[in-house]
Design a protein around this ligand. Structure first.
Ligand code: DAT
Ligand code: MG
Length: 149
């Protein structure tokens, strides 16, 4: 089964959207296998967003993501990496479809509520940045036979 990294950003935490976002993944049928809350240090933010270093929005992005607590999660399930991206919607909430997380709760690209890994390579890299191996749980869910055929 695939795993992906999803994070409620500081604006999502401040606005009380943690439960909403977790609920969407739970109701879809995905399995929560890791969860923690922390305020991201600058060095970690610069590592996490290394691909954007040098871009005009980089400094603002780092300041935003380090500005308050985040909720970091690992979700597991069939095709969860791409599915999480679809559930989040486009990076710019103005372009995100209604019904997606960003299309429902966001307005500005610099306050887009949620992060999700964009590929299997990113998922592996980001899970490794934020979680130790023993912080990821393997457990059975009897309900899975009603979610997967
Ligand atoms: P995503 O978060 O959808 O993976 P990304 O990796 O391209 O998007 O960018 C990371 C974050 O940087 C994004 O969530 C918001 C911010 N960002 C991206 N493009 C931006 C832009 N053109 N102006 C301002 N902020 C931007
Ligand atoms: Mg990205």
């Amino acid at each position: 089964m695939e795993r992906t990294f999803v994070m409620v950003k500081p604006d999502g935490v401040q606005r009380g959207l943690v439960g909403e976002i977790i609920a969407r993944f739970e109701r879809r049928g995905y399995k929560l296998v890791g969860l923690k809350m922390f305020t991201m240090p600058r060095e970690v933010a610069e590592t996490h967003y290394a691909e954007h270093r040098g871009k005009p929005f980089f400094e603002g992005l780092v300041r935003y993501i380090t500005s308050g607590p985040v909720v970091a999660m690992v979700w597991e399930g069939k095709n969860v990496i791409a599915a999480a991206r679809e559930m989040m919607g486009a990076t710019d909430p103005q372009k995100a479809l209604p019904g997606t997380i960003r299309g429902t709760y966001g307005i500005d690209v610099g306050r887009n509520v949620v992060h999700g890994s964009d590929s299997p390579a990113s998922a592996a890299r980001e899970i490794d940045i934020f979680f130790k191996a023993d912080e990821l749980l393997n457990y059975e869910r009897p309900l899975d036979r009603w979610i997967y055929e």
